[in-house]
Design a protein around this ligand. Structure first.
Ligand SMILES: [Cu+2]
Length: 841
């Protein structure tokens, strides 16, 4: 296998071999004989692929003899063993709907991560079979029909469409269907259901059980006190949410998931290491976690869930604006291998707003009352939680030109057999120490899916608004989405369709809508496109004006990449055509209509002719509505304490030849300090290739480089995001000046946020007006409530980069915290950069 380039980020050279050495050093050479024998015994070889040598041979330590208690989760384990086979639908005539599960206040749902066999195939030569983790949800309750305004919806002819639950009659029918079969749908699909959080101003809980095959932590039997970087502990997991403003790094744990509680270990456990590393004990690990915590206790930065164990999450929520988040695993070292197929939407519905949409939106001025009412009518008829979800996933199984799995492939994102940390889902480890792939990959191509299907057809009606919620849960690539018409010769031309942005990353735009327009240098006309980094979501209206058959494409829009000059937004656009020297086949999505196109077709869009009696919907002007974000304390930026604490972070590293890092440091090398309650103003540099993501708190853009704002209106000062990448300059920008700031490209991006511990345990709403109106009563904090430090994180949302250390611990400290250096160090960006473009791009 060629250089193990896990941190490919377009034009930068990598130090793959260096990381490989580091990873090898970090993994103790424990005997893998027991594990190997176990795996071999349970092997069901499905592949004639080549065997691979296991250099390190460590699998985790399985004690040969251990007195064990009966397994509490035996039935669940057995169920997981008879895993389902999921066949990815190919070009279905309708968009698969995602089941919804409602989480009410004090409601609970159970989430399990379990293996499924997945097959997808266009034909014998273009097929993929593998086993992968995916979520299965039980509990909660199916969503009821949409509230009120049925008559209003029917009256709003401009909002009718055949594409989904666009009026409440249709919505009610769909919900009834969901009520009957949400779990049945899950069994047949790779998709996890949408969790609809009705528990705003209250608590809800999710019990996550890990039903993946057992794999001890890489460093067993010595339970680590420091988490290593790089792929490891591939069958361990945990849960992270986007879009919930909840307490970060919560401190409350009970049960025995961490060393602090080692005295509570079950009698059968010889010690903590045994407890962590013994398959027969792992199912007894049950932990309680408050808030969105990916760490715990005295095992710093390493909250993980062993196979068989359960984490019980409780989320105390305050008032939050409606929006779409998502949930996915976030265990350091295994995210890259789990997230591609384990993720789901997490929706805060508009229905919680006690007074309806006017609680959140008001006319921007009296002059726009007419369009404002038109917009609110569309939003009422297609409430966010019932509008069409388009979730973009990708199965990364790209082959190199030699037929070897490429560096973007799932097995190698998380498991290079040579590093001795092999996913039992993807490999059989044979007694002689070799690893045999279980997957079959005739295609050698990436597969981009929409709602778990390949190139499904979405139906629209001409001159009619449809509201879409788009989620890019791909772990690697950007999407630059446009509507295109595919011509007979395979070329494409933009369709007469537009996209209006209403909100992003679970926060409404301050002024909406915004008709998205991009015009790169040299282009004669602007196009309406939507750019989504990995992790981004968008709440949009779309409207196409001419009946016909179109496609929703990535890689055909204004940000089409020029690999030679690195001139456009990014060099990792899904569906774009890489140079021949890149050596990878294009995505399967580039195959459409019997041709190989120059862009990826994610979905077919069928625009049907509307009823002749229905007048065409007018184009909405921009900025007719103002979102009253100040009603939510963490978004009320004019009230943030002054002055702000300024810090600077760069995702590019001179030290690592341009690889992703944080100010030249990898995870745990350093800590970022943030005092609880403080107002933070951060300069973010070099986030063109590495999307920035801060946990728990959205960030507000306060300045943007001209090279971003001059070519697109996708980002504007005042917007809130929770994942951010930005275009670099468009022409003539020497690479040293690229990134998101510096040199010709203008100043770094700056963004602000407040480190507000939004919610203490118990009810203490910070937006008491809305929460009280919704039936919740603000309570005083408990007398014992004192400041407690928290550990949070920010990282590159290319999950494999994060796994490899492109992440930074963010410690929320209290004023009297003795563990914090005095004076508190502030982060500064590196002064110089020395990277250059890769010669083969
Ligand atoms: Cu990155």
């Amino acid at each position: 296998m060629a250089a193990f380039d896990r941190q490919r980020r377009g034009p930068f050279p990598t130090l793959g071999p260096l990381l490989l050495v580091v990873a090898l050093l970090a993994v103790p050479l424990a005997s893998a004989a027991a594990a190997a024998a176990h795996q071999a015994a349970s092997a069901g070889s499905r592949s004639s692929g080549p065997r691979r040598a296991l250099f390190g041979e460590t699998y985790g330590h399985l004690p040969a003899t251990a007195a064990v208690k009966p397994r509490r989760h035996l039935r669940r384990q057995e169920a997981a063993d008879s895993r389902p086979t999921i066949v990815i639908p190919i070009r279905p005539s309708a968009l698969p709907t995602i089941p919804h599960v409602q989480l009410t206040s004090h409601g609970a749902a159970s989430l399990s991560l379990q293996p499924a066999d997945v097959t997808v195939s266009l034909d014998a030569a273009t097929s993929l079979t593998f086993t992968t983790p995916r979520y299965f949800v039980s509990g909660g309750r199916p969503m009821p029909a949409a509230p009120d305004n049925q008559a209003q919806a029917q009256a709003l002819s401009s909002t009718h469409s055949a594409s989904g639950p666009l009026d409440n009659t249709t919505a009610a029918k769909q919900q009834k269907h969901r009520h009957q079969e949400p779990y049945q749908q899950q069994k047949q699909a790779l998709l996890a259901p949408a969790l609809v959080v009705e528990a705003v101003c209250g608590n809800f809980s999710i019990a996550l059980t890990n039903n993946l095959p057992f794999q001890g932590v890489a460093s067993c039997p010595d339970a680590p006190t420091k988490t290593e970087n790089g792929p490891h502990d591939l069958e361990w997991t945990n849960l992270h949410t986007h879009g919930l403003k909840v307490d970060p790094g919560a401190v409350t744990t009970s049960g025995i998931c961490d060393e602090a509680a080692a005295t509570d270990l079950p009698a059968a456990a010889a010690g903590l290491a045994d407890y962590y590393c013994n398959a027969d004990l792992s199912s007894q690990q049950v932990c309680q976690v408050l808030g969105d915590n990916i760490y715990v206790g005295d095992r710093p930065y390493a909250l993980g869930l062993a196979p068989g164990a359960t984490l019980q999450y409780t989320y105390p929520m305050g008032g939050s604006p409606p929006g779409v988040g998502w949930y996915h695993p976030h265990h350091h070292g295994s995210g890259g291998i789990q997230v591609p197929t384990a993720a789901g939407p997490l929706i805060i519905p508009e229905s919680w707003l006690p007074g309806g949409l006017p609680d959140l939106y008001e006319p921007a001025s009296k002059a726009v009352t007419g369009p404002f009412n038109q917009l609110l009518g569309i939003m009422r008829a297609q409430p966010l939680e019932l509008s069409t979800i388009l979730r973009f996933d990708a199965l990364w199984f790209r082959n190199t030109s030699t037929g070897e799995p490429g560096d973007d492939s799932i097995p190698f994102l998380g498991a290079d057999p040579g590093e001795g940390n092999v996913s039992p889902l993807l490999y059989d480890v044979l007694p002689d120490g070799t690893a045999q792939p279980k997957y079959s990959n005739a295609a050698g191509r990436d597969w981009g899916l929409v709602n778990g299907a390949f190139q499904p057809t979405i139906t629209l009606t001409d001159n009619t608004y449809a509201r879409w919620q788009l989620l890019n849960t791909m772990t690697m690539k950007w999407l630059d989405l446009t509507f295109q018409q595919v011509l007979a010769d395979g070329s494409m031309q933009p369709a007469d369709c537009s996209i209006w942005l209403l909100g992003r990353d679970a926060v409404p735009l301050p002024l909406l809508p915004r008709r998205l327009q991009s015009k790169p240098a040299g282009a004669t006309t602007a196009a309406s496109d939507l750019i989504l980094a990995p992790g981004n979501r968008a709440d949009v209206l779309v409207k196409c004006n001419t009946p016909g058959t179109y496609v929703l494409a990535s890689g055909a829009g204004p940000f089409h990449t020029n690999y030679t000059a690195c001139q456009a937004t990014h060099c990792e656009l899904f569906g774009d055509v890489a140079s021949a020297s890149f050596g990878f086949p294009r995505s399967t999505n580039n195959l459409y209509g019997g041709r190989e196109l120059d862009a990826a077709v994610l979905a077919v869009v069928q625009v049907a002719a509307r009823d002749a009696s229905v007048p065409p919907a007018e184009d909405l002007p921009d900025d007719v509505a103002r979102a009253q974000l100040e009603r939510f304390a963490y978004l009320n930026h004019t009230a943030f304490p002054q002055p702000a604490v300024e810090q600077c972070f760069s995702f590019m590293s001179a030290q690592y030849g341009g690889m992703c890092s944080v100010n030249n440091n990898l995870f745990q090398d350093t800590v970022v300090y943030v005092r609880e309650g403080s107002h933070q103003s951060w300069s973010l540099r070099d986030i063109t290739f590495h999307p920035f993501h801060l946990h728990e708190s959205p960030i507000r853009l306060t300045s943007l480089p001209p090279c971003a704002t001059s070519v697109t209106n996708m980002w504007q000062v005042g917007d809130w995001v929770d994942v951010l990448l930005l275009p670099t300059c468009q022409t003539g920008c020497p690479w040293e000046d690229a990134g998101s700031g510096g040199g010709n490209c203008g100043n770094p991006v700056t963004a602000e946020w407040v480190a507000q511990k939004y919610y203490s345990s118990g009810h203490r709403a910070h937006s008491p007006d809305l929460c009280a109106a919704a039936g919740f009563h603000a309570t005083k904090p408990a007398a014992s409530s004192t400041c407690q430090s928290r550990n949070s994180i920010f990282h590159c949302h290319i999950i494999t980069h994060s796994d490899e250390g492109c992440a930074q611990v963010v410690k929320w400290y209290c004023a009297d915290d003795p563990a914090v250096p005095n004076p508190v160090p502030l982060a500064t960006c590196p002064a110089t950069y020395t990277y250059s473009c890769m010669p083969d791009h």
